[in-house]
Design a protein around this ligand. Structure first.
Ligand code: NAD
Ligand code: DAU
Length: 338
């Protein structure tokens, strides 16, 4: 087992990265964490601020993962890079793909080169979207050997980054691992994403917005379960290997929206149908057998409705966290007819 003492976490002020930093702080107090984050519109230092104030376990560096001079300065001394930083929102990638290529492709190469120079382990956090989509009403799920068939500019840049990571293993012998996870939900998720958008719309007196026919299926996993999976792969994964992360959470968007409406005491039809996302992937579904059987990982948040209720509660009690982003996000959606 690999026992890291000092990890560099990129994107640690975003949704999943900050939840991972809290997870490591809670469960592995002996591991020092340096967070590297550019603080784009999606990054918020408040997500980890209590950990920075509290003790010396977590340090923060503001910077771009593409800044090779910065990486040369800060990477040595760490024994692993855990790479979460990305442009992560499909709708934004459709409106303007260029920042996605910069951060997700160029940024990953810069980090791989820094890891190679320092000869340290590299864990790459990726997505199930690299496999494209599956038909509705089929038993088929993605596995580690599914072909790469990304649909959107976002998922194409993530697919590119996965391939670069593999090349650095095969060509340079870098100790890499990759995890491809399904849709996360939980606290600290930006209000542009499906579940937080609908919850905060309802808290704000706006109607939720459903794309297309609402039958698209996503495979939901609580972000804490993603954190435990990343930790498991980092410490127990075989170099050069890929592990798919999912918690058997397939649901269509209409069902998720209705569950939110019910939990918030609204009629089930109190929402607007809006323009579909161009190229909208139909269904994602993960077969996590390899991670479960080879590395012994198990999800803990298997009751989706309980997790969703906690998430609604979190947004209800953290208005000061999401309020500053809400109006601008909705203005952007309105411009796109969504
Ligand atoms: P997010 O958009 O909430 O956070 C991204 C973070 O990266 C932000 O803090 C941002 O400031 C930072 N960042 C962006 N560009 C940067 C740059 N050039 N240099 C340094 N920092 C930069 O994203 P998220 O939803 O937390 O996703 C994190 C990772 O997990 C991504 O790699 C994403 O592809 C992957 N992933 C996400 C999901 C999901 O459901 N959200 C599922 C599977 C995989
Ligand atoms: O599968 C993992 C991926 O999950 C990650 O790689 C991405 O970073 C993450 O953003 C997420 O991608 P999706 O495109 O699935 O997530 P999003 O929250 O944007 O949308 C979820 C579903 O809900 C999708 O089918 C589109 C739909 N949707 C979304 C919004 C914002 C709506 O119907 N209405 C909306 O307002």
């Amino acid at each position: 087992e690999f026992r890291p003492r000092n990890i560099l976490v990129t994107g640690g002020c975003g949704f999943i990265g900050s939840n991972f930093v809290h997870y490591v702080h809670r469960h592995h107090p002996d591991v020092h964490i340096t967070v590297l984050d550019k603080l784009t519109y999606a990054g918020n230092l408040a997500n980890i601020q209590p950990l920075l104030d509290d003790d010396k376990q977590v340090a923060f560096v503001r910077g771009d993962i593409c800044d090779t001079a910065l990486l040369e300065r800060i990477v040595p001394g760490h024994d692993a890079i855990v790479h979460f930083a990305a442009e992560s929102h499909n709708d934004n990638s459709i409106a303007d793909p260029r920042p996605f290529v910069h951060t997700n492709v160029d940024g990953t190469v810069a980090l791989l080169e820094a890891a190679r120079a320092a000869n340290i382990r590299f864990h790459h956090v990726s997505t199930d979207e690299v496999f494209g989509d599956l038909p509705l009403d089929s038993p088929e799920r993605f596995t580690e050997s599914s072909p790469y068939r990304p649909s959107s500019p976002y998922s194409s840049t993530k697919a590119s980054s996965d391939m670069l990571v593999r090349a650095w293993h095969r060509t340079y012998g870098l100790d890499v691992t990759i995890s491809n996870c399904s849709n996360n939900y939980g606290p600290f998720q930006h209000v542009e994403k499906f579940i937080p958008r609908q919850i905060t719309n309802l808290l704000d007196g706006r109607r939720p917005k459903l794309y297309g026919d609402g039958r698209n299926v996503r495979d939901w996993i609580h972000t804490d379960d993603h954190s435990s999976a990343v930790w498991t792969v980092l410490t127990k994964g075989m170099p050069g290997e890929t592990y798919l992360v999912g918690a058997d959470g397939e649901r269509d968007n209409l069902s998720v929206l209705r569950a939110i409406l019910r939990a918030m005491g609204r009629p089930e039809d109190d929402f607007d149908w809006v323009r579909d996302r161009p190229g909208h992937d139909r269904r994602y579904a993960i077969d996590p057998t390899k991670l479960r059987t080879e590395l012994g990982w198990q999800p803990r948040h298997t009751d989706f409705l309980a997790g969703l209720t906690d998430t609604i509660q979190w947004y209800t009690t953290h208005e000061s966290w999401w309020r500053p982003d809400k109006a601008a996000t909705e203005r952007q959606y309105a411009e796109r007819g969504q």
